[in-house]
Design a protein around this ligand. Structure first.
Ligand code: 48F
Length: 260
């Protein structure tokens, strides 16, 4: 049978647009497809919450693929191994509480399991703003990352959601937008992002779970963004905290959604 390029193009455009239209109103938008965002969206989708992820770059995964300084292995503590087991990511014991996994296997499995659980991951789309009604986050404002990169004057579109997860990593971009647009209203001591502290893996890995919480009405912070908002150290290429934080953010949202 002859292949018709027009049908190939139509198949892509029709299916993408149909899905996007279906996703203009969702339960949860996760911003950032790093390890925390992907784990979070996996557990949300598994709990049947309609969840989509927006990722700025072409390649989802955030900092996971680079391992430590491009040595593409990640270290995970025992406390997070049950999440690796659930996602079918293999690992080896290295020493005492330290386990090592292949960074690309971790990324590949995480992405595949998240999508198979029912979460849609949009790459190449940046969240550039948020919507707030009656002091609650009600959605995100999106545009093609290519528009942002080329600094083109093109207006964005909007996706409505009950909850937003800031999983944008060190920059905590969504919390920073709240701060910039409505002033010191974040749920920190000062109302502002406190900012990331210097590297201290042990403290950072403990605090990241404490800091994974609602940071503004219906905005949850997960992963490194949580430590940036609530002022805790960075931790480098140990990823247990990212996985556990993603799961905790999902659990908090599931609880809140169920209590309504
Ligand atoms: O940076 P990232 O991997 O964040 P994370 O999940 O994990 C942190 C670790 O990778 C590492 C670490 C380990 O201990 O400290 O740094 O907290 O992933 C964040 C993702 O969010 C995307 C960004 O491209 C990256 O893939 N992102 C950031 N801002 C936006 C965004 C935005 N405004 N819109 C869409 N995507």
């Amino acid at each position: 049978m002859a292949l018709d390029e027009k049908i190939i193009s139509k198949a892509i455009i029709e299916n993408f647009c149909r899905e996007l239209i279906e996703n203009l109103n969702v339960d949860v938008v996760v911003v950032g497809a790093g390890p925390a965002g992907l784990v979070c969206s996996y557990y949300l989708a598994k709990a049947n919450l309609k969840t989509i992820v927006f990722e700025r770059t072409l390649r989802p995964g955030g900092g996971i693929a680079g391992g430590g300084m491009m040595f593409n292995k990640i270290v995970v503590q025992q406390s997070a191994l049950e999440i690796l087991d659930e996602l079918a990511i293999r690992y080896q014991k290295y020493y005492q509480d330290y386990y090592v996994a292949d960074a690309l296997e971790a990324l590949g499995m995480l992405l595949a399991q998240t999508i198979k659980a029912g979460s849609k991951v949009y790459n190449l789309i940046t969240v550039e703003d948020i919507m707030i009604r009656a002091e609650k986050i009600t959605g995100v404002v999106i545009n093609w990352s290519a528009v942002e990169m080329a600094k083109l004057h093109v207006d964005p579109l909007v996706v409505q959601s009950n909850y937003v997860v800031d999983a944008t990593g060190h920059a905590a971009e969504i919390a920073r937008i709240v701060e910039r647009k409505i002033g010191p209203k974040l749920f920190t001591d000062t109302g502002n992002c406190i900012g990331e502290k210097p590297m201290w893996a042990e403290v950072a890995e403990d605090l990241i779970l404490e800091n994974t919480k609602e940071a503004y009405y219906n905005l949850f912070v997960a992963g490194m963004a949580a430590n940036t908002v609530f002022g805790a150290p960075r931790m480098g290429p140990i990823f247990g905290g990212m996985f556990l934080s993603g799961r905790k953010a999902a659990q908090l949202i599931i609880q809140k959604a169920q209590s309504k």
